[in-house]
Design a protein around this ligand. Structure first.
Ligand code: GLC
Length: 643
């Protein structure tokens, strides 16, 4: 240890327990290394407002949102994004990236779902883990967030998320447990309360995190301005209160005997270790990748994260097609709002330009439907006589607020419907951060592409998919039900101060497996331009390790990536359990006509549930089914195993 507590006065140790300014930790006037933290999960934020005390004119690469990254179902891309973001951080002198978030998509109205991976804890945890590994492998620290049960933005600072322990363990903490396998440099506690205790002073959940999942000396940050009681926070083991100083409060509390030096030392020693790790990281840093490599990574992720939900055959577009591109402000750069927002350092290509570059012979007309009105369209006749119409529609999503509805704006829906009247090959491209209510129009259109918030390279990626340069391979990481009322969260008890997770384990497909009639597009759904056949499942093993193998054949003539999902189901559980749960997934490139054998290993823990009576994860002896699916509702193979 370079820094030991005995080297510092009590006042200095108190100063270490909060920020020096909005983004820096305290450096005690140069006595310790000055650590710079910065947002955000899909790009290094440019802070150009001088009042935020830092000018980073960063040329930030705007990567796709974490939800789009999750939709790739390709965990290697999470590592690649982490590495590319590390390079962005190194260029800007950032020591800790305030990312990734791994909160669960509990409600489709949550304003921050775009910053999170999925409704499923396993998928969320794996992607957060691989992202952290990539980021930290290049000498930049992660700050896994927001711990925990921060699944709504409305009233986030004063609302208590109320959940029973099994629900917490199996759904909301499980993603953090898996993610901490990557040993993040830090964790950020969330704004909300959990079962009545504020997360910036929740000793019980800090002890669970440090004692069961992570490390005793792991540093916990507050969320920015989340701390309501500095003394209670320090006593609970919250190490760093951001963004600003709380020295005076701690000094006074100490003088009044409300806090001891020992309690301050508990936090100060973890902060000194973190500062030392950040300093040591500098030596770990190698040459950063060139900018264009990072843009390539961003485009690759955006491409693989695009989900083709419906296709009447209009896609991929023919090279000589005559198309109309329209939308409400179709050229608008679309991303989620709040602390993760970025101003890309280069003006992203519009879709018409990206398509023209991909297919120069294609005829493109563009009409901004923003001033859309029936009169306008009657005059303009919209998509009449076109081979296809692409309607770009956007959902507004932001931190610090939940959506009032899952539906698109009325003008977007009307634009879709009017074009669908004029052209059977109307393709709707949805740029949103999570599930959208499509019930008003999805039956009337020829194709639906869920592009998510694709970042600065989003339109290049979209053009590649629309033109068939690459087959779509993305899959939904959250269930798209018909309407908000189909989700159990819509019936959960909620007041100004309490958010009751009364649906328990019934989140996402864990609920919809029993209610398929509510589902428009299931978890894991995504079409390809190729066709695949699954066969020959074999299950072997006993005791701790089980091997599942099966074959996939690409029966089409085109190369394409395919995602297989592996679910586990207990046949006759003696406790309430979801019908099935995702325990593995695999994405493979299959050449046209190619057949591959997939081998997946499961452990005994993959069959377990959290037993309240035993206070542990247990796998009871019994018969289980292993299901191989293209989605939660498209199961291709099944086999049984006795544990
Ligand atoms: C915000 C967010 C958090 C972000 C921090 C700094 O309120 O909740 O994710 O990293 O404050 O901007």
């Amino acid at each position: 240890m370079k820094y030991s507590l005995s080297d510092f006065t009590l006042d200095e140790k108190m100063k270490l327990l909060s920020g020096k300014d909005f983004w820096h930790l305290h450096d005690l006037d140069g006595k310790v290394y000055s650590v710079l933290c910065m947002d955000g999960p899909h790009g290094v934020r440019r802070i150009s407002e001088p009042e935020w005390e830092i000018e980073t004119g960063a040329n930030s690469v705007a990567f796709p949102s974490l939800c789009v990254l999750g939709q790739t179902f390709n965990e290697e891309l999470a590592g690649e994004m982490g590495e590319a973001l590390a390079d962005e951080c190194i260029d800007e002198g950032v020591d800790i990236l305030l990312a990734p978030g791994c909160n669960i998509h509990r409600s489709p109205l949550c304003g921050r779902n775009f910053e999170y991976f999925s409704e499923d804890p396993y998928l969320s945890g794996v992607f957060a883990r691989e992202y952290i590994k990539g980021l930290q492998s290049k000498g930049v620290g992660a700050c896994l967030k927001h711990y925990c049960l921060n699944n709504s933005e409305m009233g986030r600072v004063w609302t208590s998320s109320e959940a029973d322990e099994r629900t917490m363990r199996e759904i909301y903490l499980e993603a953090f447990r898996i993610a901490t396998e990557a040993d993040p440099l830090s964790v950020m506690s969330s704004y909300n309360l959990v079962n009545g205790v504020r997360m910036s002073e929740n000793k019980t959940l800090y002890n669970l995190l440090r004692g069961e999942f992570w490390r005793e000396d792991g540093v916990i940050f507050s969320d920015w301005a989340a701390v309501q009681d500095e003394v209670a926070s320090v006593k609970a083991g919250l190490d760093i209160k951001m963004p600003h100083q709380s020295y005076e409060v701690l000094r006074r509390a100490y003088d009044e005997g409300k806090i001891t030096e020992k309690e301050i030392d508990e936090c100060a020693k973890r902060v000194l270790l973190l500062i030392e790790k950040c300093e040591n990281n500098l030596a770990k840093r190698g040459k950063t990748s060139p900018k264009h490599e990072r843009y390539k990574a961003a485009e690759k992720i955006a491409r693989e994260g695009i989900v083709l939900l419906k296709n009447n055959g209009v896609l991929p577009l023919k090279g000589d097609a005559d198309i109309l591109i329209t939308g409400i402000k179709p050229d608008l750069y679309v991303s989620g709002g709040g602390s993760s927002n970025l101003t890309p350092d280069y003006t992203p290509k519009t879709l018409d330009v990206a398509i023209s570059e991909a297919a120069p012979e294609l005829l493109i007309e563009k009409a901004d439907g923003s001033q859309w009105s029936t009169t306008y369209y009657r005059a303009y006749e919209g998509g009449c006589g076109k081979d296809a119409v692409i309607v770009l529609v956007n959902a507004e999503e932001t931190e610090d607020g939940d959506k009032g509805s899952m539906r698109l704006s009325r003008e977007s829906e009307l634009l879709i419907l009017e074009n669908a009247k004029r052209c059977n090959n109307t393709i709707v491209v949805v740029r949103a951060g999570c599930a959208v209510d499509m019930s008003a129009w999805e039956k009337k259109v020829g194709a639906i592409v869920y592009a998510g918030f694709g970042g600065a390279m989003g339109n290049e990626a979209l053009a590649a998919i629309l033109m068939g340069i690459e087959s779509p391979s993305g899959r939904l990481t959250a269930t798209f039900a018909h309407t908000y009322e189909d989700y159990p969260v819509s019936r959960a008890y909620r007041t100004h101060a309490v958010n009751s997770y009364s649906e328990g384990l019934s989140v996402g497909y864990r609920y919809f497996d029993e209610h398929p009639e509510c589902v428009l597009f299931p978890f894991g759904h995504g079409l390809s331009y190729a066709d695949f056949e699954y066969s020959n499942i074999q299950i072997s093993g006993k005791g701790e390790i089980y091997t599942v193998s099966f074959e996939i054949k690409n029966t089409s003539g085109i190369d394409a990536k395919e995602v297989s999902q592996v679910y586990v189901r207990e046949i006759n559980p003696h406790v309430i359990r979801p019908y099935k749960e995702l325990k593995a997934f695999k994405k493979l490139l299959l050449r046209g006509g190619e057949c591959v054998k997939v081998k997946i290993q499961l452990t005994k823990r993959d069959f377990a549930y959290y037993s309240l009576s035993e206070g542990a994860w247990v796998t009871k002896p019994g018969e289980f089914e292993i299901l191989i699916g293209r989605s939660a509702h498209d199961i291709k193979l099944a086999g049984r195993v006795t544990i």
